[in-house]
Design a protein around this ligand. Structure first.
Ligand code: FEO
Length: 169
């Protein structure tokens, strides 16, 4: 077992548990955003479909980053069942409201994991998670901006189609 900087590189149990939980949440995020992409696909809104598929892909990358980190800490990744998303939307506005709410929950979950690492004085994990939390500012702002745009469009279907076409470029 590698020992460095005077300590054991393996993660403490509760830190590992929090990181594995986050892996599952990132995979769920991907699944959730993919389901939102399917909502737009069903409506023929290819730009918004593409946008949400890209978000789904980014969430896989977040999960992969966590997996790599756990491995780099000589610890065991545990892949759990990913819950199926059960959303029902009546508008693009609702989709982005749901996505923003979800990202806020992800921020909370990352913050709890960071607190666990703080209690354990696991500075490497704190630093790692801080990068994820920093990115949440952009993640929340991204969906917030789409809520504002959809609020402007309201029920104007033609504007929604024009907006969607802009996203396909
Ligand atoms: Fe991986 Fe959008 O949080």
């Amino acid at each position: 077992m590698f020992m460095g900087f005077g300590g054991d590189i393996m993660l403490k149990d509760n830190v590992l548990k929090a990181l594995n939980l986050q892996v599952n949440r990132e995979f769920y995020s991907s699944y959730a955003y993919f389901s939102m992409a399917l909502y737009f696909k069903d409506k023929g809104l290819k730009g918004l479909e593409k946008l949400m598929k890209k978000q789904a892909q980014e969430e896989i990358e977040h999960a992969s980053g966590l997996v790599d980190y756990i491995y780099n800490r000589n610890s065991q990744v545990s892949l759990e069942t990913v819950e199926a998303p059960h959303f029902s939307f009546s508008s693009a506005f609702e989709v982005f409201e749901t996505a923003l709410e979800h990202e806020k929950n992800i921020t909370k979950s990352l913050s709890l994991a960071l607190e666990t690492a703080e209690v354990q004085r696991d500075y490497m994990t704190q630093s790692f998670l801080q990068g994820y939390i920093d990115e949440q500012v952009e993640e929340e702002s991204f969906f917030s901006s789409f809520i504002k745009k959809c609020a402007l469009i309201k029920e104007d279907q033609l504007s929604l189609i024009v907006f969607d076409n802009m996203l396909t470029e």
